[in-house]
Design a protein around this ligand. Structure first.
Ligand code: PMM
Length: 283
């Protein structure tokens, strides 16, 4: 039985095996390249490796099950043999999830939160693997066309609460659940900022550990005026620090080394804060 509490650190490293992901599309399409990249991320301190074979970038076309499996299964098999950290499969399809679990995946990261494939939650429950339920408004092909909400924070909390209840109802264990506000998925710059600004409210409202994925996303490009996604890692680190400080359990990033360093320094500062408080209180 998978439990998030056993995961050794807060950094999930991204291994995209796609020709068209917005930040690293095509770089790791050959299985050997993707496996080597995942091994390097694990060596840099990633506590989870997230393998994805279908781009979710705005406007992306769907991929069929066969093509998605051909991309991700060899990579998961290779990584499962090469690294000790758990592997997650980033998919919305139950068949891909099932095959990925058989190949060694321990977590299903589902950006549709079980809405694309009715069989998904049952597959996760039966296998006893971890599950990430993410919020998205619309679908990747159209999600950035005029997204709107009543109140984005309240709407995302209500959506995640409902999808987590569906996951529990399907038999997924409480300890296996994680939620994600879906930064960039059917959201304007203002929506993304409101969600990040409200992380404690989101976490309290949803009641399970929270994953946050801001890495290299276009809202950061707009904030710092940088078009090239791979040049947005410094901006990403500001959100990594923000997220971890405000209660996120995990961050999903391309630049694992940077995020691991941020987390290590924050951990040392948190311990020093506790130690200092004890000194002051004992006076
Ligand atoms: N973002 C992307 C893909 N998968 N999964 C979760 N849980 N959260 C995210 O924010 C998320 C995701 C898009 O980024 P990529 O194309 O760089 O992988």
């Amino acid at each position: 039985m998978f439990r998030w509490a056993t995961i050794a650190g807060p950094v999930m490293g991204v291994v995209n095996v796609t020709p068209d992901s917005f930040s690293d599309g095509g770089r790791y399409l050959a299985p050997e390249a993707a496996i080597a990249h995942g091994v390097a991320l694990a060596q840099s301190g990633a506590a989870v490796l997230d393998v994805g074979g279908e781009s979710t970038r705005p406007g992306a076309d769907p991929v069929d099950v066969v093509a998605e499996c051909e991309r991700v299964i060899p990579v998961i098999e290779g990584l499962a043999a090469a690294v000790a950290v758990p592997i997650s499969i980033d998919t919305t399809k139950a068949v891909v999830a099932q095959r990925a679990i058989e190949a060694g995946a321990a977590i299903v990261n589902d950006v549709s939160a079980g809405r694309v494939d009715a069989a998904m939650l049952g597959v996760v429950a039966d296998a006893g693997v971890g599950y990430v339920a993410m919020h998205m408004q619309g679908e990747p092909r159209s999600m950035q066309r005029d997204p709107h909400y009543g109140d984005v924070v309240t709407d995302v909390i209500e959506f995640l609460a409902e999808r987590l209840d569906a996951a529990r109802g399907a038999g997924i264990a409480e300890d296996a659940l994680m939620a994600d506000p879906g930064i960039g998925f059917g959201k304007t710059l203002e929506h993304n900022l409101a969600l990040l600004a409200s992380l404690p409210e989101l976490i309290a409202g949803v009641g399970v550990p929270m994953l946050v994925g801001t890495s290299r996303k276009s809202f950061l490009g707009r904030l710092v005026d940088v078009d090239e996604p791979s040049a947005r890692d410094d901006a990403t680190l500001a959100t990594v620090m923000w997220g971890l400080e405000r209660g996120a359990t995990m961050v999903r990033v391309h630049d694992v080394q940077g995020a691991v360093q941020v987390a290590a320094v924050l951990g040392a500062l948190a311990r020093a804060t506790v130690a200092r408080r004890e000194v002051v209180e004992s006076r």
